[in-house]
Design a protein around this ligand. Sequence first.
Ligand code: ADP
Length: 242
Amino acid sequence: MVCHILDICWVLHFFTMYEADSPSFMQGFGRFVNGIIRTVHYICPYLRLVTMFNLILFGPPGSGKGTQSEKLIARYGFKHLSTGDILRNEIKNGTALGLEAKNLMDQGQLVPDAVVIGMIRTALEQNPGVNGFLFDGFPRTNTQAEALDALLTEKNTSIKVVLALQVSKTELIKRLLNRGLTSGRTDDVNESVIGSRIEEYERKTAAVADHYKKLDKVVYIPGEGGLEQIFTSLSKEIDERS
Ligand code: ADP
């Protein structure tokens, strides 16, 4: 830190002290250029953190978060953080965490907050220097939302916007059962498990929107209609804030 203050002083010193015909001009000029380069290097990570665009794609199971995430990542280059995907990966790798999570997921229940918050903390640490994070399926409770806000504050950044997809319950059930025919996801094949997931959403997750509404960060997007039309609506909200 002291070093960087010295660099900035050299830059200012050069401007105030040196005249082009003075004998120490070249020496001063060298220090001036060096000071500029080191100052820019120093502030760059902070500029990037301040300009990061972090968004939450929010909505009930089957609202199209996964599909739209893929399209948004392709257009904007966000780092995709889907807690559902991370958990399924743990299950595939047969880890202790995966085994614990599988039971709950198969019943349509949420995995404990501490587990998913820990996963997100690790993912944030493993991805320094990205332009922004797209959170998909997280946060799903107010505790998770508060933990996410705190984690981002620690990194001098925050959530820019919460884009909430709205889809009717009948359409959600139809989509999930349909997805179950090909997804290989055990939680998509059974209508009573699908029902429990939607109930969990209504009981615990819908309140997350209220948390971000208080911060004036929620925008509702109709999630029924053509994929491209929904993508255009989401992109418009991002472009307006970029
Ligand atoms: P969907 O949105 O279709 O339910 P996800 O892949 O986001 O699919 O989640 C699948 C399951 O993984 C959830 O039903 C839940 O059991 C678990 N899960 C995913 N994200 C979280 C989270 N943030 N908190 C708790 N459990 C989660």
